[in-house]
Design a protein around this ligand. Structure first.
Ligand code: XLS
Ligand code: NI
Ligand code: NI
Length: 449
C-alpha cells in the first residue's frame, strides 16, 4: 500500500518571513520588534490595545505600489498581481493581506470599497463585486481574528468625481457618491467595522471662480446627515469619522484642519455624530506642528482615530511615509494616553513604501518600524505622564486661574468687564507673570525618548 499523500501545505505568499517576534531594544534584526510587545501591559492596558494598529489596504495591496505622479510603472512587483483588473486577483489579495496581518501581528485593517473590489463597468457590477469580496473578507476575519478598524468609500478616484462628490456641482455625481456610501455602510456593518471614515478627497475647489462655496458646504452637510440617518436605520454601530486635509488633490479643501472640521460639524448640528480621524502628515500640510491636530481634536473631545504617517516637511505634499521620529511619536502617544486611549479608533498606517523600496520584505520592515516607533513613543509617554513633571509645570503656569477669586468667576461666566477693570487698576502697572519655561520643558521631553 502506498503512503497517503502528505497534506498539502497552504501556499504562502511571504514564505521567507515567519511570525514577527518581540526581541527587545538590543535587537538589530529588522524583522523583529524592539519596542512593541503586543501583550505587555503598561498603565493598565496591553500595548496592542493602546496602539490598536491597522494596516491600510490601499497603499499595501491595491496595485499602484511604487507608482508616483511621474510614473505609472510599478516598481513593487508582486507575484500575486497577475491580471490587475481581474476579480480573481482581488480575491487572491485577500489571502495575501490576511497572511500579512497575521504574520505582522496587527489586529486591524482599513479599506476603501475600490481597494478590495474592481469597479467593473457599472455601479451595479461594483456592488456585486463588493458583495462577493466582503464574504471572503468576513470569512478571513473569522478565521484569523483580525478585524476591520474602518471602512470607507472612495469618492475621489473615479472620473465621475472630477469635481467632488458631496460638494459636486453636478447632482448626478452627488447621487452616485451617496449610493457608494450607502453600500459601504452596509458592508461596514457586515464586517463589524468599528469606525467609518469620510475623507473628502475632492470636496473643495481648484478655483473659487466656478464655485458656489455656500451651496457646496450645505450639500456636504446634507450628505453627512443622510449618512448618519442611514447608519442609524441599519443599526451599524461604528464611530463615524471625518478626516481633515488642507489641500491635495484640491487647491483648497473644505475640511482644512481639525478646528475647521469641528467648526463645520458644529454649524450644521453634526458634532454629536462624528469624531475626527487625524493624519499628522495632513496636519503638517496645513502648516501646523505634526501633532497639532491630535491635540486640538482631543481638547474638544473629538479625537476618534489616527492615520499615523509622516511627511517631508520641505516637500509640501502628502508623501505618506512610515513614522520614524520617536519624539513625534512620544507627543502623539501622550495625547492618546491623556484621553484614556484611542478606542474604538486606532493607529492606521496610511503609509506607503518608497518607490525605491522594492523588496517584498520591505512591507514588513516598514510596518515593524512604524509600530516600533509608536510603541517607543508609548513607553516614553507612559513615563512622562506617570512622573507628572510636565503636568506640574502646567499647573503652576495656570495657577492664578484657580487661586484668584475673580478668575474663578470668569471661568464660571459670572464676571464683568467692570470688575476686571477694577482688579487691573488695583494691580497698578505690575501684573504677576510666570516664566513659560520652554527651554526647560524641551529638555524635559528629551528625557522620555
Ligand atoms: C488621503 C487620505 C486617505 C484617507 C482615506 O490623503 O489620507 O487615504 O485616509 O480616504
Ligand atoms: Ni488618511
Ligand atoms: Ni493622506
Amino acid at each position: 500500500m502506498s503512503e497517503p499523500p502528505a497534506k498539502k501545505a497552504k501556499a504562502e505568499f511571504f514564505s521567507s518571513v515567519g511570525k514577527i517576534q518581540y526581541e527587545g531594544p538590543e535587537s538589530t534584526n529588522p524583522l523583529a520588534f524592539k519596542y512593541y510587545s503586543a501583550d505587555e501591559v503598561i498603565m493598565g492596558k496591553p500595548m496592542r490595545e493602546w496602539c490598536r494598529f491597522a494596516v491600510c489596504w490601499w497603499h499595501t495591496f491595491n496595485g499602484q505600489m511604487g507608482t508616483d505622479p511621474f510614473s505609472t510603472m510599478r516598481t513593487h512587483q508582486r507575484s500575486w498581481d497577475k491580471d490587475l483588473d481581474a476579480l480573481a486577483t482581488y480575491e487572491t489579495r485577500v489571502d495575501v493581506a490576511f497572511e500579512f496581518f497575521t504574520k505582522l501581528g496587527v489586529d486591524y485593517y482599513c479599506f476603501h470599497d475600490c481597494d478590495v473590489a474592481p469597479q467593473g463597468a457599472s455601479l451595479k457590477e461594483f456592488q456585486a463585486n463588493l458583495d462577493r469580496i466582503s464574504d471572503k473578507l468576513l470569512a478571513k476575519q473569522k478565521e484569523t481574528g483580525v478585524k476591520c478598524l474602518w471602512s470607507t468609500q472612495n469618492l475621489f478616484s473615479h472620473r465621475r468625481y472630477k469635481d467632488g462628490a458631496a460638494t459636486a456641482p453636478d447632482f448626478d455625481a452627488f447621487a452616485f457618491g451617496c449610493a457608494q456610501t450607502k453600500k459601504m455602510l452596509d458592508i461596514g456593518k457586515k464586517l463589524g467595522a468599528e469606525n467609518h471614515v469620510f475623507w473628502g478627497g475632492r470636496e473643495g475647489f481648484m478655483t473659487p471662480l466656478n464655485t458656489d462655496v455656500k451651496a457646496e458646504l450645505a450639500h456636504q452637510a446634507a450628505f453627512l446627515k443622510m449618512a448618519v440617518d442611514y447608519q442609524k436605520k441599519i443599526g451599524f454601530k461604528a464611530q463615524l469619522l471625518v478626516e481633515p486635509k488642507p489641500r491635495e488633490p484640491c487647491a483648497h479643501q473644505y475640511d482644512y484642519d481639525a478646528q475647521t472640521v469641528i467648526g463645520f460639524l458644529n454649524s450644521y448640528g453634526l458634532e454629536k455624530d462624528f469624531k475626527l480621524n487625524i493624519e499628522p502628515n495632513h496636519t503638517t500640510l496645513a502648516g501646523h506642528d505634526y501633532e497639532h491636530d491630535l491635540r486640538m481634536a482631543a481638547a474638544c473631545g473629538m479625537l476618534g482615530s489616527i492615520d499615523c504617517n509622516a511627511g517631508q516637511p520641505y516637500l509640501g505634499w502628502d508623501t505618506d511615509e512610515f513614522p520614524s521620529d520617536p519624539r513625534k511619536a512620544l507627543l502623539c502617544m501622550q495625547i492618546v494616553i491623556e484621553q484614556g486611549g484611542i478606542a474604538p479608533g486606532g493607529n492606521n498606517f496610511d503609509c506607503k513604501l518608497r518607490r525605491e523600496s522594492i523588496d517584498l520584505e520591505d512591507m514588513f520592515v516598514a510596518h515593524i518600524g512604524g509600530m516600533d516607533c509608536l510603541a517607543r513613543g508609548l513607553r516614553g509617554a507612559v513615563r512622562l505622564v506617570q512622573e507628572g513633571l510636565l503636568k506640574k509645570t502646567l499647573e503652576q503656569r495656570y495657577l492664578s486661574w484657580s487661586t484668584v477669586e475673580l478668575a474663578k468667576k470668569v471661568e464660571a461666566g459670572k464676571a464683568s468687564f467692570e470688575e476686571l477693570e477694577a482688579y487691573a487698576l488695583s494691580k497698578k502697572d505690575e501684573p504677576e507673570l510666570r516664566s513659560g519655561k520652554q527651554e526647560q520643558l524641551e529638555q524635559l521631553i528629551n528625557r522620555y525618548i
